[in-house]
Each structure stands twice: as C-alpha cells, then as structure tokens.
Design a protein around this ligand. Sequence first.
Ligand SMILES: *[C@@H]1O[C@H](CO)[C@@H](O)[C@H](O)[C@H]1NC(C)=O
Ligand SMILES: *[C@@H]1O[C@H](CO)[C@@H](O)[C@H](O)[C@H]1NC(C)=O
Ligand SMILES: *[C@@H]1O[C@H](CO)[C@@H](O)[C@H](O)[C@H]1NC(C)=O
Length: 555
Amino acid sequence: MGVSRNRTVRDAILLLLGATCMHIASNFMGPFTDNFTGDIIVNTHFDQQHPIHEDTSSSESTLTTTTIHHTVPEIHYHDDDISTTPIPPSTPSPPLHVDLFHELPETTLEAHAPGWTMFRNVYMSNGTLYIVTPKPASSFPDIQFITSTGLAAENTPENIAARMPTAENLDFITPEAAKARWGPMKPEGTNRVWSVEGNTFLFNDPNQFLDHYYHFCAELLFGAWAFWSGAHNAMVEASNPFISSAPPVHRAIFAHTGAEGWRDRPGFNSYFLRAAFPSLTVEIQRDWEDRIASTSSTGKRARAWHFDKLLLADRSASFRGEVCGSTNQRTAGEAYHHMFKAGNLTKYWWEPIRRSVLRFGGVDDYVLDKGIREAASDVATLSKRQDVVITYVSRQGVRRHLIEEDHDDLVFALGELCALNDWELNVVQAERLTKEQQVSLVAKTTILIGVHGNGLTHLILMSPTPISTVIELFYPGGFAHDYEWTTRAMGMKHFAIQNDTYYTHPVNPWVNYPEGFQGTEIPVYAPTVVKIIEDRVAGRLPNSDFFAPIERLNT
Ligand SMILES: *[C@@H]1O[C@H](CO)[C@@H](O)[C@H](O)[C@H]1NC(C)=O
Ligand SMILES: *[C@@H]1O[C@H](CO)[C@@H](O)[C@H](O)[C@H]1NC(C)=O
Ligand SMILES: *[C@@H]1O[C@H](CO)[C@@H](O)[C@H](O)[C@H]1NC(C)=O
C-alpha cells in the first residue's frame, strides 16, 4: 500500500480524521469524558460501537452490527449467603521471638543471581548485613555480586572502585561470634536480636535511577518480581485468574533514598507500586537509618535486626554480571534469565502484576484477557480480526522527537492503514492523558509505536497476544536495549527502526547514542513502519527464540 504524497488529498483525509476523532475520542474516553482535555490527536475506528466480539469465528460483516453486552451477573446478597460464606478467620502465626531463641538461626542463601539475592535469616547491625554461618565465606558467591556501597554510578575508575562492597556492607560471622556479639549479657538473659517478620524487599540503589518510571517499574520491580516468583517457582494459571502462588511481599525498604527519591514526576512509580502491592509497607532511607542507629553499639552492647526472608537487589552488583554487564544492560535481565533458565518462570509470570495494575486502573477483565484469548487462535484468524489496536505515542510536544513532516507522514500512513483494515488508531501525547486514560489505552493496544523514551515503558501493561508488537524509532545509528529486552521478556516482538531500516532480535545494532539521538530531527520513513505492521499482523514476522544469541550489525 503506497502512501499518498498528494497534499490536497492528504490534507482532506487528515481533516476527516480530525473530525471523526473528537467523536470517537469521547466514545473511547467513556467515563473520563469529563476530564477530556483534547489530548487525542487522532483516534479512528470506523466501527464506533467497537464491538468487542465474543465469538472469534464470527465473520467481519457481523462485526459492525454486533455490540457486545458484557454482562456482569447480578449479585443479590441475602442474609443466608453471608452466613453460609463467612470470611475465613485469619490464623495468626505466633510472633517470631528470636530474642528468646537459644541459638540464632543460621543464614541461608535461597536464590542468587548477580544483583539479586534471596536470604533466609539474614541480620543487620550498624548498617552491615551479616550472614551468620559456620561455613567459610568462600562457600557463598563473591560479595561484589550481592551488594555494593550503594553509591550513584558513574563510568570512571574511581567511582567503579568506590562502589565495590567491603565488610562494612556485607560480612560473615559464625553463630558463636554472633551470639557473643548479640547474645544475652547474663546467662539468664535474652538475645539482643529483633525479628523483622515476613518478606522484605531491600533495594540498595541510590535514587539515580529510581525516580524514573522505566527504571523503577520496568527494571527494578520487573526484575524483583521475576526473581521472587521464580525463586518460589510460583504457579500462575488462567484457571486461577492469574493469581500468583508466590508468598506476599510485606515491605519494601529503599535504603539510600528519601520519600521523593523513588517517585517519578508523572507519578507512575507510586501508582504502580500501590496498585500491584496494596498492602506493602514502604520504608525509606530515614527509616533504615533509624534501624541502623538503634543497633549501633556506642557505649553499650550492639543489637541486630533479624530478617526472616529478604530479597536484596543491587544495581551495581547486577552490572557486574554477564547478562546485564555484557549483553543487555538490564538489571532485570539477570533475574529473568536466571529464573527462566531454571524453568521457574511460567509464560504468565508477569500477569499477576499487570492485572493488578490494570484492574486498579479500572480496566475490565474482558480487555485484560485479550492476550490469553488470542493466544488460542491462530495468526491467520487474528489477521482477519478487527480488534487490532495501534497506539502511536507522539513525543512532538517534548524534547527528543521526530522531524515534524515525518511525524505527519507517519500519522497519515497509519490512518490509511487503519481505515483500510478497520483497525483502531490512537495517536496520543501521554503527558496530556490521565493515568487511567493511559492505562486503559495500553491495556488494549496490540501495536505500540514511539520514539525511544519513557513513553514506551507502558509496554509492561500490554496484553502479550501472538501479534503484540513494540516499534521503537531511533535516530539513524542509534540503539539501546531498554525497551527491546523488556518487550521480549513479556513474550512480544520488538522492532528498532532507523528511518527506513529495521532490526529485530536476534539481529541488533550495537548500543549507540550518536549525535542527534536526543534531538528533534529524528527521521522515520512511514512505509517501513506500515510494512512491519502488515507483516506482523499477517503472521509473517513471528516471535524469535528468546535465548538466541544476538548478532550485532554495524550500522
Ligand atoms: C526453582 O523453584 C524450586 C522450587 O520452589 C526451588 O527449590 C529452586 O531453588 C528454584 N530455582 C531457583 C534458581 O531459584
Ligand atoms: C558503625 O558503623 C559506622 C559506619 O560504618 C562505623 O564508622 C562505626 O565504627 C560503627 N560502629 C561500631 C560500634 O561498630
Ligand atoms: C529516510 O529514508 C528515506 C527512504 O529511503 C530517504 O528518502 C530519506 O532520505 C531518509 N532520510 C534520512 C535522514 O536518512
């Protein structure tokens, strides 16, 4: 399909799209109409009732007339029902009184990959984490793969050295020495050790990367969840509405950052964290300092905190690993590759988190299930279906962006493509949409397009259907793995476009940030984007083997 360069025809169509847009936009906005601020530039779906049809075999002609009433069964509450289905009483486990224990429980390392370590019975006193063990330190991984000094990273030899952990960060101590240090002062006394019960995530990173939606949600939480659910070999099944069998996470501690340090400006980090883990308690640097101060031993005997189960995440330690350090620069890559290779991550590993966030955002289950429903149909059926939703996240309003004319051409070409196939197109400036609007849009998106940048982070909320795709636009010669690796870890396919050329796993360019990468003159040849979408939807560009070694191309 060619793209018309005829300005007159083209302008007329743009005008037409613009006119349809407001109508459909308000339709799409649904309950958010009141907040609608005119952010959707183009939103065209030629069947405005948007039949989310339940029967995948129904022919196209019936589509335009079928409107699905997604009926929710009416619930009647009778006194009887309530009395016969009582909420089961919670069975409180007795508090863990390590202070009364005769022997201090020994530390075990339950799971480990560079930058990700899950301990049982690990201790902290005066800011040092202690592994209490009769075994030699050499029977544990080198501590540089477990932790760091938590300083911000720079690429200088001095800074690399300054981030290397010492015995002040992590140390080994025998059970006898631990007892001598934190045990009773008198024979009949108790240990000076207090338990932090349940499950803790300890994030040892500075706020250098935490206050960024991509790094916080798509890297730190993505990696933490891969590691946590993998270490517990969590079951996630469609028959059990994708609720993970992994144990609950009770608290997250940000050891080196204040209350603002882990929050991003648009506010997605806190939204995401609270939606994904509603009962999680957050402690920040100040709280960690309280715990440190209360265990330091100036003038008296030291105390220690005992952590029942603790997942320690450390960015610098991940970068010392092979996967993150040498291949894809994703800290989450270490967690994911380790657990996937061990056979401990199911294909639906991320669904529990994705679904929690989308449900919180008001997305209904029918949309949530899109990926699962379509995974069952073959690609030939999919390509005939009309629920392909293309979302182009425009960055024209912010710094790094496309050449204005190339942006216009792209919008025009996508408009034509969608008109021809009766697909839905959304062209949005994310920064002008509410969180709920963004979340509900991405939940139904099949093809996400955008210039390299944070706007693509929403891909972690997409439905992984067999044709789900992320198309990332780079300045010629430019490439980075941020969205590339993450897209594949979701079971979807990624294309890096440099103007009229595309790359997809396992063939990738070298990571490179040439001059112009951050600029406002990024070219894109629209027919290349259109061709990828057509081929992908038609099943001509299937997913690659995740672990196929990357072949680098010089560009
Ligand atoms: C995989 O899960 C099993 C069962 O829970 C666990 O014993 C094992 O340590 C896990 N593997 C890894 C690499 O964590
Ligand atoms: C506590 O930690 C600080 C900082 O690491 C150190 O300077 C101090 O000597 C430690 N105090 C004791 C009593 O170990
Ligand atoms: C982009 O690709 C098109 C089509 O091949 C070409 O005409 C154009 O010159 C290219 N632009 C840049 C900046 O390379």
